[in-house]
Each structure stands twice: as structure tokens, then as C-alpha cells.
Design a protein around this ligand. Structure first.
Ligand code: NAP
Length: 256
């Protein structure tokens, strides 16, 4: 039987609060493609949005959309540190951090042993770099009412056989998100988690059908964020999380 935990009930109660996302200053890592780009475009209507990424071509396109777009590779600590200094100088009013940048390599460790460099790149982008950026921004964010949003994955709860390193990184990010919420309990910083379903972006270009269109996902994210959800898990994701708690073997078989 599917059981709701106290945390689920609490989230349900919290949902009733409503707020408009307006007049904020938002940083979106990986805001030049896919979910991040769609979020950036939607939020830019009523907020100031800064996006980061590595590809100069994608950064140029973001600037054409009227966004502030800066180069920052999350695998390079000094680039993260330089980004934070620039934000402190040019956007001290920053009050929303969306940790969205991520990469996914699909391979089976038995069939395709990976190099240390490849493992490290995936973990550093999805976890270490994200944690480094977040902790460096805490002094700026915790001086005012702020929001930190982490894009994790259902694979952080139910690992996928041909994506173990990605799954491990996202499990770490899920755990970090929960821990950050504890650490910031007495501060005016809210910590949200978004777990997208399989969504039609560059990351999933080689996946088959049944992908959620990115504009539909972003509409759901904004609606649930404005309603005060702490965990945003649209579509089949919520079902998978509940299944993992009640019938973990079945959840494992579904993910593969
Ligand atoms: N799409 C899905 O089905 C899905 C499902 C669950 C979770 N997610 C998560 O949602 C987030 C967004 O994914 P997406 O599907 O929108 O992917 P995407 O279209 O591939 O976009 C990823 C973004 O991250 C940036 N990025 C990649 N490596 C980076 C690095 N080392 N440093 C800085 N930026 C980097 C990319 O820009 P550059 O390449 O130019 O750096 C790009 O802007 C990710 O965290 C992903 O894990 C996605």
C-alpha cells in the first residue's frame, strides 16, 4: 500500500501558500540550453536573469534573448570563484540560485570501463562544482530572503544500470539538498528540489519517445514553485518515488 510520510503531508500543507516570482535577481547555471534556457526565458519576463554555461555560441544566443550570459565551467574551481566575485560586484541583490547545469554519460561500467577523468567530469559538474558554487554564494544569499533550487533526478533515488555515475552524482545532490535545508533552517533561505521527468532536451536527444516537452515542464515548475512546493516532481516522477518506498524491486525493474 502506498503511504504518505509526514514530510509529504507537510509539503501538502505548505503548497497552499502562493507567491508571484517577480522582481528577483536569478542565477541559472546551464541556463543556455534545455530546461535552464526555458526557465530563463520564462523568468526573464518579470525578473533579472543571469545564465552561465561553457559554449560561447549558446551564451551569445542567450544574450540575444536579452539575458546576462557569462562563461563558467563548473569543473574549474577558479571559474566558479571568479563568477561569485563578479556576482558580488555586479548583482549583490542576487536572491535566487538555480543549480541546473548537468551532464549525463550513458554507458554500462561492465561493458565500457570508464577513465578517472570521465567519472570525475560527470561527478564534478553534477555535484562538486554545484556544491562549491552554492557554499560560496551562501554569504550573499543568506543576508536576505532567498531561494536555492537544485535540479536533481529520479535516478538519484533509483539508479539506472547504464548511468551509474550520473545516478550517484544526483543521489549526492539529493542528499546535499536535504542537508542544506537543515543547515539553513534558521535563515531566510528556502531550499527547493526539482526532479524533472524525462524531458525533451539535448541531454535526452538519443532517448526514444515519451519525453515531456520542455515548455510544459517549465509551466508546471513555475506553477508549483509559486504555490510554495518544496519538492517539484512532475509527471511519473512522483509515482516512481512513491513506488521506490513501497515496492523498491518494481521501481528498479522499471528504470532498468
Ligand atoms: N532532460 C531530462 O530528462 C532531465 C531529467 C532529470 C534531470 N535533469 C537535470 O536537469 C538539468 C538540466 O538538464 P537539460 O536536460 O536541460 O540538459 P541540457 O539541455 O544538456 O543543458 C545542460 C546545461 O548545462 C550546461 N553545462 C554542462 N556542463 C557544464 C559545465 N561543466 N559547467 C557549466 N555548465 C555546464 C550546458 O551548457 P554548456 O554545454 O554550454 O556548458 C547547458 O546549458 C540537469 O541537471 C539534468 O541532470 C534533466
Amino acid at each position: 500500500m502506498l503511504m504518505l510520510s509526514a514530510a509529504d503531508l507537510l509539503i501538502f500543507v505548505i503548497k497552499s501558500r502562493k507567491m508571484k516570482i517577480k522582481n528577483h535577481t536569478v542565477l541559472i547555471t546551464g541556463g543556455t540550453s534545455g530546461i535552464g534556457r526555458e526557465l530563463a526565458r520564462a523568468l526573464a519576463k518579470d525578473n533579472r536573469v543571469i545564465v552561465t554555461g561553457r559554449s560561447e555560441q549558446r551564451l551569445t544566443e542567450a544574450r540575444k534573448d536579452g539575458l546576462t550570459a557569462w562563461n563558467c565551467d563548473l569543473t574549474v574551481p577558479r571559474q566558479i570563484e571568479a563568477l561569485v566575485v563578479k556576482l558580488e560586484q555586479e548583482f549583490p541583490q542576487l536572491d535566487i540560485l538555480i543549480n541546473n547545469a548537468g551532464i549525463q554519460f550513458n554507458y554500462n561500467l561492465l561493458e565500457t570501463p570508464s577513465s578517472y577523468e570521465k567519472i570525475n567530469r560527470e561527478i564534478t559538474t553534477n555535484l562538486t562544482g554545484t556544491i562549491h558554487l552554492t557554499q560560496l554564494l551562501l554569504p550573499l544569499l543568506s543576508t536576505k530572503p532567498s531561494t536555492i533550487i537544485n535540479l536533481t533526478s529520479a535516478l538519484g533515488t533509483v539508479p539506472k544500470s547504464d548511468g551509474l555515475v550520473y545516478s550517484a552524482g544526483k543521489a549526492g545532490l539529493r542528499n546535499f539538498t536535504a542537508g542544506l535545508r537543515k543547515v539553513l533552517r534558521n535563515k531566510s533561505v528556502r531550499v527547493l528540489e526539482i526532479i524533472p521527468p524525462v524531458t525533451d532536451t539535448r541531454m535526452t536527444a538519443e532517448r526514444g519517445e515519451n519525453k515531456m516537452p520542455v515548455d510544459e515542464l517549465v509551466r508546471i515548475i513555475l506553477r508549483q514553485w509559486e504555490r510554495g512546493y518544496q519538492l517539484i516532481a512532475p509527471g511519473k516522477v512522483k509515482f516512481l518515488l512513491l513506488l521506490q518506498r513501497s515496492l523498491p524491486g518494481l521501481a528498479d525493474r522499471l528504470i532498468g
